[in-house]
Design a protein around this ligand. Structure first.
Ligand SMILES: *Cc1c(COP(=O)(O)O)cnc(C)c1O
Length: 474
């Protein structure tokens, strides 16, 4: 404990300049020319209050107070800089999870980014018909593309797929029954649970079958005059294996038709293409599900579709027209930035080479040879960043699609495994994460693994830099 008395406090306080004195300093005047006076004033007051507080608690001696007083302007500048630097920053995704929910899911394709750049700072005909000179529909641009892809269908775009499910259930089944298999009452990402969304929508959940087996008769027996929908839900982040049985969409559609009941699927992924060339065989596309006869379909824009965060509802025109009349739509509709990016993304599918232009599909289809080549080049670049105890080697591994899609699919990949005799995997991982440009990797059997599948080729140089830093610090 320092021996401080009130005279020391007074002397300490007197070493500090007043707010007015600081505001008159040239350096501060310069800051005021860049930021608002109020902002600077507020920060100076807080800074001085913090130092006074330390003095009063006897934490700072006179010498220290003097030094702080001299460095006050620098401290102020640092404070302002810290406050004005954005919280959201670029990171390198080296986890091998392509649609990583915590890292922002799908990356936008270049044409979507271009559209945002061009039009987000200008007026646009968001919901204005140039032809008629009056209010138009904001779904028109996306609808035009969807009906080119899927004739006789139309669509509505909302904030995300959770909102899409809520809106459709509320529109078509409020106060009525929706029949769902017990094997499909899923929870996605902790907060989206089918039974709870159903309850919020005002629809009545009618569970049928069991966790592992549900048959067509189970649905059929549950149908009553109050049944509004037969709902199929993509199991997303889990699979039940072994002794299982579920009803195919075609059968569900036939049953629905016999009873005049619409069939809905909450599809989730929004996959638009045949993914079997990439080893994914159990993820039907939007087109396939519609061909099988589903009347209304909901999916995310930022999963396998590879676009902006959004929820897309595609379905029979008559059903979509009802969804559009629901006042709840106003609360969950998508903004103009979403429409700009989504239109450009869908356009890539029409152009016909989405696996080249859409990052999610690009990453999915990157060949092992390419990944191996990149890994070798990175290790070669590292060269003699050795002499340290850091060990870097190429390893075979598996990437994941992520985003609650196809949980069992493992895509063969190449990883760079990093270990050190003097540093734990946790520590290496933390160092990578705390860099100015964070590299987010995974720990696997006491090794840090960097999966190149989700690292953009343009970020390889950053990896070399990060590994060199590790070697130096080792
Ligand atoms: C991901 C997913 C959702 C939630 O979609 P968000 O766009 O994240 O709101 C709902 N249902 C299924 C089947 C999903 O896979």
């Amino acid at each position: 404990m320092k021996n401080t008395n009130s005279a020391d406090y007074d002397r300490g306080y007197r070493l500090l300049p007043s707010v007015d004195q600081l505001m008159e300093r040239d350096e501060v005047k310069q800051l005021i020319s860049r930021y608002s006076r109020e902002f600077i004033l507020h920060n100076i007051r807080e800074l001085l209050a913090a130092i006074r507080n330390e003095i009063s608690k006897g934490k700072a001696d006179l010498q220290e107070v003097k030094k702080r007083a001299e460095g006050l302007i620098d401290e102020l500048r640092q404070r302002l800089e810290a406050q004005l630097s954005p919280t959201l920053r670029q990171v390198v995704n080296a986890t091998g999870v392509i649609i990583h929910t915590n890292l922002g899911r799908a990356l936008l394709c270049p044409s979507a980014v271009e559209r945002l750049q061009e039009l987000s700072c200008r007026y646009l005909n968001l919901e204005f018909s140039l032809e008629e000179g009056r209010r138009g529909s904001r779904d028109l641009p996306v609808n035009r593309l969807i009906s080119l892809m899927f004739p006789a269908k139309s669509c509505v775009v909302v904030n995300n797929n959770a909102a899409a499910v809520l809106l459709v259930l509320n529109t078509l089944a409020k106060g009525k029954e929706v029949i769902v298999s017990r094997g499909e009452l899923v929870e996605i990402g902790g907060s989206f649970r089918i039974p709870e969304v159903m309850e919020k929508s005002g629809a009545i959940l009618k569970e049928v079958g069991t966790t592992n087996k549900t048959r067509l008769q189970d649905y059929e027996r549950a149908i009553s005059p109050n049944t509004a929908l037969l709902l199929a839900v993509h199991q997303s982040n889990f699979r039940i294996l072994g002794f299982t049985e579920s009803v195919r969409m075609e059968e569900l559609v036939a049953l629905g038709q016999r009873h005049g009941i619409s069939v809905m699927e909450d599809m989730g992924s929004g996959n638009m293409i045949d993914l079997s060339p990439y080893g994914i065989t159990d993820e039907p596309s939007v087109g396939e599900i519609l061909t099988k006869g589903a009347n209304i379909l909901t999916f995310s824009g930022d999963k396998l579709l590879g676009g902006p965060q959004s929820g897309i509802i595609v379905g029979d025109r008559e059903l979509i027209a009802r969804v559009k009349e629901n006042p709840l739509l106003r609360a969950v509709r998508a903004g103009k930035l979403t429409y700009l990016a989504l239109e450009a993304t869908l356009m890539e599918y029409l152009k016909g080479r989405p696996e080249v232009s859409i990052p999610v599909l690009q990453m999915l289809s990157t060949s092992l040879e390419e990944l191996q080549g990149r890994a070798e080049a990175i290790i070669e670049e590292l060269g003699e960043a050795k002499g340290s105890s850091l060990k870097v080697e190429i390893m075979e591994g598996a990437s994941k699609v992520g985003g609650g899609t196809v949980p069992l699919v493992e895509i063969p990949t190449r990883q760079i495994a990093v270990t050190s005799a003097s540093c734990t995997a946790d520590n290496i991982n933390r160092k990578l994460r705390m860099r100015p440009l964070p590299v987010i990797a995974r720990i696997q059997e006491e090794r840090v693994v960097i999966d190149l599948r989700t690292v953009l080729p343009s970020e390889d140089r950053e990896l070399v830099k990060a590994l060199k830093e590790l070697a130096l610090a080792d």
